[in-house]
Structures are given as C-alpha cells and as structure tokens.
Design a protein around this ligand. Structure first.
Ligand code: NAD
Length: 513
C-alpha cells in the first residue's frame, strides 16, 4: 500500500504517531475511548483517535467561549487575513491532505485533491468577503434620525459533518464563520476521524503563528452522542449539520426545542432529465460521472435518469456501454474510476437496494455485485449497477448512498419529466440535458425544478463554491458556501440614531409630558 505515499502524507499532517490517540491542538482535551479508523481502500488500520467525554466537552466550550471574546473584536479584514494564511497552508498540504481524504474515505485521489481545492476556494472567497459584510442603510421617517443595520457574530458555531466530504464541508462552514467573527466547534464523522485531526493540526498552526487562541477552532470526536452535546447546548446558537435526513430530523428538533438555529444539509435524490434535444455524448459523461463518482456517495450523486421515450433505448445503450469501461479499484491509483464504499454496512445497504428494486418489479440492466480477491480485501468494493425502475417504487423514493442508478421513462412534454423529478421527498440537485431553449427555461421556471440546485447541460454533482449550496424539502433548506450564505453565521441588528435635541416618536405618536 505504501507505494502511494500514505505514510509520508500522515507524517506531513502530524498524524504519524497518533496510534495512541494523541495529537496536538484542542484535540488534547479528548480523553474518551479510542475510535479506530480503518481504510476502506485496503482494510488497514490508519490510526486511533480519542473521543470527547462530557467533561472534555465542557473544557472545549469554555476555551471556545473565551476565544470568542478575543476573536470577535478583531476587525473582519484582520480575521480575513488569518483565513488567507489558512488557505496558504492548505495549498502547501494539498497533496498530503488529498491523499488522506482518499485513503480514509475512499474517493479517488483526484476527488480528494478536488475536495482540498474547495477548501482553498472557500478561503479565497471568505478573504474577499471579510471586507464586504454589508448591511443596509434605511431612511428614517423621523427628521434628524439615521437608521441602518449591521451584522455581528453569533458566538460558538457547532459543525457536524458527514463522512463523504470529510474536510470540505468543515471548511465551507469555518472559513465563513471565522471571517464573521465566530468560533467553531467541529464534530467530524466518526467514520473519518483522522481527517478531522489533520485539519485541526493545520488550523492550529496558523492560529499559533499569529498568537491567537486555538479555541477559535475546536475539534470534538465521537459518534452522535458527542454531536448531541452541541445540539442540546444553549451556548451553541447555530448548529450546522450535514448528513442524512434521518439525522437532520433529530438535530432540527433538538435545536429548535431550545430555539437555537440550525443549518441543515441533508440527503438528496437527484435526477437528470434527458430530453429528445439532449446532446447524448454530454449526457453520458455527466450521468456516468454523477452516478459513479465517489462511488455514488455524494449528496449530489445522480440517482435517477428521466429519459424521453423517443431516445430511451439510445441513451440506455450508451450508458451501459460506458459502464463496461469502468475500472474499479484502489482510488489512489489514478487508472481507476471507482473506489470503495465507506464500510461494509454501506455494502449491505447497496445489496439490499438491488434486491429491493428487483422485488418491486425493476429490471437490472447492469449487474451489481461485491468484488473480492486481490486488491479488494477490504470488502468495500462494489460494481456500479443500473436498474430500470418506476419513480413510485419505495426504493427509488429513498436515497441509497451507493452507485445504483435508476432509469425512468417519460413521454410527451418536459413538464411530465418534471413531475417525476419533483415527485420525491428530497430537493437537493437536479439537471436537464437539452439544447431546446423552451425546455431549459421551463425547467428553471417557477413551475420547474423544485431543487436548491438546477443545472442546464451539466450533471447534478460538482458544485462551485461561489453559489449558495443546499436544497429544499427533506434536504433541509440550509444554504452554505457562496452568495449571501454568510448571513446565517451572523446576527442582524437594526440601529436608529437620533442626532437632534427632540425625541419624536415613530408613527407620529404623541406622548407629551
Ligand atoms: P449521518 O447522518 O449518518 O451522519 C452525519 C453526521 O451526523 C455524523 O457526524 C454523525 O455522527 C452525526 N449525527 C448522527 N446522528 C446525530 C444526532 N442525533 N445528533 C447529532 N449528530 C448526529 O450521515 P453520513 O452517513 O455520514 O453521510 C451521508 C449522508 O449525508 C447522505 O444522506 C448525504 O446525502 C448527506 N450529505 C448531504 C450533504 C449536503 O450538503 N446536502 C453533503 C454531504 C452529505
């Protein structure tokens, strides 16, 4: 395995000697039982990380609250400068961190590098934004009065993230939260704890170099019970949680019960509509990358292809042919297209989905199966599968986090395809492949896609950080990353200032003494 340079990458990230679960940074507060992280790539132990106990958590929270007092009074562009340095550090460590992401999570090395690039991109975005946290000025109805609004930081932002983007989701949140003046406490997925420690080490270096308290950036480790410490904690005004809809429904209720705010980024059930005017070559590339990239473990992975009946056979044949070319294997080997699933539980869910689609009357057109033998020792490698199905099947209505693609047929107008596309509980990403302006505009119109992301002649996955990212319905409604997503990390205050010697009341109310 080591010919891919994993040991060197671990050393560069300060993870070489953490087999006893120790490391630098706020992580030193953790004293709980060890989590062992095994790579889905080769089944080997990568390292062990100590979990956070309730007592440890209290220390983290005290550190974070103390750091907030210092951080919030730094001018936003000064905070931006720290984020700029963090982005620079990420550039230096891009290969090492990309490799760790690939090895611990199982996505291809290219996608691992892409994930780190997203972190760098959001840092660049945040640096510029640190000079643009604009409020509005309004005209007061009272003479000699000035009215405006300003944004202040919230305090401690809790971040709970999923295994499939083990580093980027944290950066989307922290880079913005930091320039907004917040401090962060991050609970990474218990399936990718080494990525969490690696990021903490990188950030800790930057804060130490600037004589700033590391409590601006905190790491807690463990499963949902550690996440719950934050969701129930009134000291955490915002919990940003990325993961399954099942998790989001619990987190939303916990946080709402104490009237906190939550930012939810949950599951998707993303479709590409393929109309008679589609460019078939582009459709095949977009659909295959969308369905098998990250082994179907992206929240934006393409799950459903909704194809017009007039071109159905042609598209189906082209996609099946493309699947025959796929090479499945070690994701660090750049010759492979598809790596492993995260663990054997995910493999069991993949198998169950394939059984279910057949039981519901679906027709398998590309056989799935679990791979075994040399190179597949982890038991996590599966064949991307395709089934012809019906949108009403229960299994099609659910997100299966694996490379299973459903082919669905529509006839007549593009609005019929939209009914199918929107006819699921989730609302994350959607796409249409067409060169017909009327179809494209109908798809984007008020009566079109009901998703947070709607693309024309691009697949469903691979969003850029410049736009607000997130989805509707059971995807949770949250928005992260670009556009004005920063506003979620701040509290808005309306200020009215009277610079006269009179005290006129609003709405002309008279109150003479
Ligand atoms: P998951 O829901 O099992 O876990 C996600 C995180 O939530 C983990 O850190 C976990 O420990 C924590 N958690 C679980 N229950 C909790 C609770 N009750 N309280 C507090 N924390 C809790 O998800 P996963 O398997 O890691 O990730 C896959 C899912 O994430 C998919 O559904 C995918 O679509 C979704 N996802 C969504 C986005 C998005 O931006 N919309 C991005 C990435 C992943």
């Amino acid at each position: 395995m080591d010919n891919f340079g994993i040991q060197e990458a671990l050393a560069e990230l300060g993870l070489k000697d953490i087999n006893e679960g120790t490391s630098t940074g706020s992580h030193h507060f953790s004293n709980g039982p060890l989590i062992e992280s095994y790579s889905p790539v080769d089944g080997k132990l990568i390292g062990k990380v100590k979990t956070t106990t309730q007592e440890d958590y209290e220390k983290v929270m005290e550190t974070a609250k103390a750091a907030f007092k210092e951080w919030r009074v730094k001018p936003a562009p000064v905070r931006g400068e720290i984020v700029r340095q963090f982005g620079e550090k990420l550039r230096e460590k891009k290969e090492a961190l990309g490799k760790l992401v690939s090895y611990e999570m199982g996505k291809s090395y290219q996608e691992g590098l892409g994930e780190v690039q997203e972190m760098i991109d959001i840092c660049d975005f945040a640096v510029g934004l640190s000079r643009q946290l604009h409020g509005l000025t309004m005209h007061s109805e009272r003479p000699g009065h000035r009215m405006y609004e300003q944004y202040h930081p919230l305090g401690v932002v809790g971040i709970i993230s999923a295994f499939n983007f083990p580093v980027a989701v944290w950066a989307w949140n922290t880079a913005l939260a930091w320039i907004c003046g917040d401090v962060c406490v991050w609970k990474p997925s218990e399936k990718t704890p080494m990525c969490g420690v690696a990021c903490q080490n990188i950030a800790a270096e930057v804060f130490a170099e600037n004589n700033l308290p590391e409590g601006i950036c905190n790491l807690i480790n463990g499963d949902y019970t550690v996440g719950e410490m934050m969701t129930k904690d009134t000291r955490v005004p915002l919990v940003s949680a990325t993961g399954s809809t099942r998790m989001g429904k619990i987190v939303a209720q916990e946080v709402a019960a104490r009237l906190g705010n939550s930012l939810l980024e949950l599951g998707g059930n993303n479709a590409i509509i393929v109309t008679p005017d589609a460019d078939i070559k582009m459709t095949v590339i977009g659909a295959v990358f969308g369905a098998v990239g990250t082994a179907g473990q992206r929240c934006t992975s393409t799950r459903r292809l909704i194809i017009h009946d007039s071109i159905y056979d042609q598209v189906k044949d082209a996609i099946v042919k493309a699947y025959e070319q796929l090479r499945i294997g070690n994701p660090l080997d750049e010759n492979n297209h598809v790596g492993p699933l995260i663990d054997t539980d995910a493999v069991a869910m993949y198998n169950a989905a394939l059984e279910k689609v057949v039981a519901e009357g679906g027709n398998i057109v590309v056989e799935g199966g679990v791979l075994s033998g040399e190179g597949y020792e982890s038991g996590c490698y599966v064949k991307p599968a395709i089934a012809e199905a019906n949108n009403s099947f229960e299994i099609v209505q659910h997100e299966t986090f694996a490379p299973v693609l459903y082919l669905l047929k529509y006839s007549g107008d593009v609005m019929n395809a939209l009914d199918i596309q929107n006819g699921v509980a989730q609302g994350l990403s959607s796409a249409i492949m067409t060169n017909n302006l009327r179809e494209a505009e109908a798809f984007l119109s008020v009566a079109g896609s009901d998703c947070g992301i709607a693309n024309v002649n691009i697949g469903t996955s691979g969003a850029e950080i410049g736009g607000a990212f997130g989805g509707e319905k059971e995807t949770g409604g949250g928005r992260e990353s670009g556009s004005d997503a920063w506003k979620v990390y701040m509290r808005r205050q309306t200020n009215t200032i009277n610079y006269t010697t009179d005290l006129p009341l609003a709405q002309g109310i008279k109150f003479d003494l």
